[in-house]
Write a protein that binds this ligand. Sequence first.
Ligand SMILES: NC(=O)c1ccc[n+]([C@@H]2O[C@H](COP(=O)([O-])OP(=O)(O)OC[C@H]3O[C@@H](n4cnc5c(N)ncnc54)[C@H](OP(=O)(O)O)[C@@H]3O)[C@@H](O)[C@H]2O)c1
Length: 347
Amino acid sequence: MSNLNVGIIGTGIFATDTHLPTINKLSNVTPTACFNRTKAKAEVFATKANIPAESVYDSLDSIFEAKDIDFIDALLPVQYNLDAVKLAIKNNKPMVMEKPIAANMDQAREIVKLSRESSLPIGVLENWSFRSAIKILKNEILPQIGDVVSFTYSSTGPFNDDNKYINTSWRVNPEHIGGYLSDGGVHQLALLTDVLGEVSTVSALTKQLRKESGDVDVLFSTMKLDDGAIGTFTYGSAFGATEKSLKFTIFGTNGSAIYDFSPSLSKPTITYQTGASGQTSSGPKVIEVDEIDTFVAEFENFAAAVVSGNKDDVVVKPEHAFHHLAIVAAALESADKDGANVKVEKI
Ligand SMILES: NC(=O)c1ccc[n+]([C@@H]2O[C@H](COP(=O)([O-])OP(=O)(O)OC[C@H]3O[C@@H](n4cnc5c(N)ncnc54)[C@H](OP(=O)(O)O)[C@@H]3O)[C@@H](O)[C@H]2O)c1
């Protein structure tokens, strides 16, 4: 595959700690330019990334206009994703952006519209969609457990005083809906919906436990999927001392599966059993999941789409990511109405 030059915009914590090491693992992508609102930070990043000083740009416009950059990697506070998408399309520059797709549904709708009208590869970096467990659950387990009728999805954990992201100003005063509920929640919802399909309606209650969250930070909900399955979705990492627990249970007419990817486990597991009743159970079988580096996988996917020039090769397209934010938006609206049932916007 030919070499691709990437320009990185927003050289903050995640660009430095995760995107740069990830890009450095790819054989065909080289960081060659960057931009940050505070230029001094971009200069430090450039040194770490071996980007020449003359390729540290002074403005968003100028980095998008640069001819020798094959695609842009955007890690901005997400309320600026729409501006970046507009510049990408104006300059015919493929772009991936960090999740959630946007700060609110108006911006998300506009991003989907613009990307649909353009032939450019545009992607959202929802790396959880690349988890190996999704393929195992969909291809190996679901066909064995009959029709999916119900699920419980629970991601709960303690508040972390030493969370490195907690003092970033755009998280302290979030413009993105639901603060951490959309920031991290879209990852959980990508996994849930990639396995089971889209959500139709939501009834939710929320709470704010920590002033540091800047918004509500705990969500308890019931959901109905498009295919009629019903379930619960619980999300929050703002509790007092507790073991971090990530567990997704799927109930079918002929069995069930539990995907447990709690960090305390040495490896994530899928435990499943088949049979139409307790008496006819196959007994539990356990699969240990060998997870891949989902950050590498998402960049490899986008790089391949840039090379092919085919936007359909992008796995997490804007409309896909739109659904995850739309579920959060519906849950927040429901919580504002004391748990009323709210339809999830479709696009
Ligand atoms: N996929 C994941 O697991 C994951 C994990 C963490 C973060 N993320 C995503 O990565 C992105 C960056 O997060 P982060 O934790 O790295 O935050 P961060 O450290 O605050 O970085 C954000 C960067 O954007 C810049 N910025 C702020 N306002 C701007 C503006 N108006 N115009 C242009 N640039 C501006 C900041 O520049 P200054 O230096 O001037 O403040 C900063 O360098 C977010 O979209 C976040 O959702 C994803």
